[in-house]
Design a protein around this ligand. Structure first.
Ligand SMILES: *Cc1c(COP(=O)(O)O)cnc(C)c1O
Length: 404
């Protein structure tokens, strides 16, 4: 076989559109919660591919599902259905509030479908102008034009004006502010049960309950964006299950495929028929390869052992982080649920989250930020305790640089 083309990190700057600024090393292989780069340097993975690699790297359950399906059928197109996608739809509907599923390839696409469904339901209601969408400051819903407009961080949308209109943003966790803008013309309210990219900020249960009541009062769809919180991340299968508030639409992606691209929009029999034949679609959505992997990942995670394990690891992480924080008191607050953990920097370290993750990389730890002031951890849901210990030890070495 021919030698593969030799590549280095500097080639990223040569050939890639510069929307990202990746770390200065290139990961080449992973196993469990460890990764190795081109120099064979080892890293503990507390990033999990941004809340994606729920079973870590190269888990046999995912590898077997992928390789088995790879020898059978990859893709047939939407003129035909397939067995893996129907099995996955059965799993998702049997284990959630939902009756129907639309499959796609990413979180943004799942939210795009959710927002379009809400507009269609609004149109079909016959109420004039029922197209308003209420969203929240600091929210993140993806990078398509519609989802970036629904997101509440203007820096991601303002350069792409004119934006789709009819979207109103109010403060997160402020029910009075939401009440002031939700009315008969509202077709949807979209909210993350925990704002992930926005800083790992949990929604108050009373806030979610209040949104549910307002949506019921005005006939608007309540959309939960569970792209980051879904598939066991919080210790529940979906975060809505922690709150007792049931949405009309739920979007899921990230951990769903354990690293294989897949997304889904879940809804009920009441709303699904508004997406009639031809109203929406995708070439790859529900492709057999993605569905087979997602089915295996979902089945593995949706067990009491794995979900309890997430809650246990949450406490284990928190104990270790709190201990670290007594030695290097740099975190004002440590928050989040399950294995979606945000460490908020004290005011005197404001803006240093990115530096900390860079230093962590030097010490052999992959970590994330959630805005300039929050260090975020979203590791594998089955990360071994010894890898947590080792990762925290490396984080400690990284923090010693901050102290200097
Ligand atoms: C990551 C994320 C998205 C976007 O998902 P993509 O797969 O990157 O399109 C949307 N919503 C939330 C809450 C996310 O965390």
């Amino acid at each position: 076989m021919e030698q593969p083309i030799s590549v280095t990190r500097s080639n990223f700057n040569d050939w890639m559109v510069p929307v990202f600024a990746p770390a200065n090393f290139i990961p080449v292989r992973g196993e469990g919660s460890r990764i190795w780069d081109q120099e064979n340097k080892e890293y503990i993975d507390f990033a999990g591919g941004i809340a994606v690699n729920a079973l870590g790297h190269a888990h046999p359950v995912a590898v077997n599902a992928l390789t088995e399906q790879a020898t059978k059928l990859w893709h047939v197109g939407n003129g035909y259905t397939n067995e893996p996608v129907l099995r996955l739809a059965k799993q998702l509907t049997e284990n959630t509030f939902a009756d129907k599923v639309f499959f796609c390839n990413s979180g943004a696409e799942a939210n795009e479908a959710a927002l379009k469904l809400a507009r269609k339901v609004g149109l079909d209601s016959g109420v004039a102008g029922k197209s308003g969408i209420v969203a929240f400051n600091n929210a993140f819903h993806g990078r398509t034009l519609f989802t970036v407009s629904a997101g509440g961080q203007p820096k991601y949308s303002q350069d792409f004006a004119p934006l789709p209109n009819g979207i109103n943003h109010v403060a997160f966790n402020d029910l009075e502010a939401a009440k002031a803008v939700i009315n008969e013309q509202t077709c949807a309210v979209i909210v993350e049960p925990i704002q992930g990219e926005g800083g790992v900020i949990p929604a108050d249960i009373e806030f979610l309950k209040g949104l549910r009541a307002l949506c019921d009062e005005f006939g608007a769809l309540l959309i939960f964006d569970e792209v980051q919180t879904g598939v066991g991340r919080t210790g529940a299968l979906y975060a809505y299950m922690n709150s007792g508030v049931i949405p009309d639409v739920l979007t899921t992606a990230k951990a769903l495929g354990g690293g294989f691209p897949v997304g889904a929009m879940l809804t009920t029999d009441k709303f699904a028929p508004h997406f009639s034949v031809g109203t929406h679609g995708t070439t790859y959505g529900g492709n057999p390869l993605a569905s087979a992997v997602a089915g295996a990942v979902f089945e593995f995670i949706n067990t009491p052992e794995v979900l309890e394990g997430v809650k246990h690891r949450h406490q284990y992480f928190l104990d270790a982080l709190n201990k670290l924080n007594t030695e290097y008191p740099i975190f004002e607050e440590i928050r989040g649920q399950g294995l979606l953990i945000g460490c908020v920097l004290k005011a005197e370290y404001a803006g240093k989250a990115k530096d900390i993750t860079t230093w962590a990389g030097e010490e052999g730890l992959l970590a994330l930020i959630a805005g300039p002031n929050v260090v975020r951890f979203t590791p594998s849901l089955i990360i071994p305790e010894q890898d947590i210990d080792e990762g925290i030890a490396r984080l400690k070495r990284a923090l010693s640089k901050l102290a200097k």
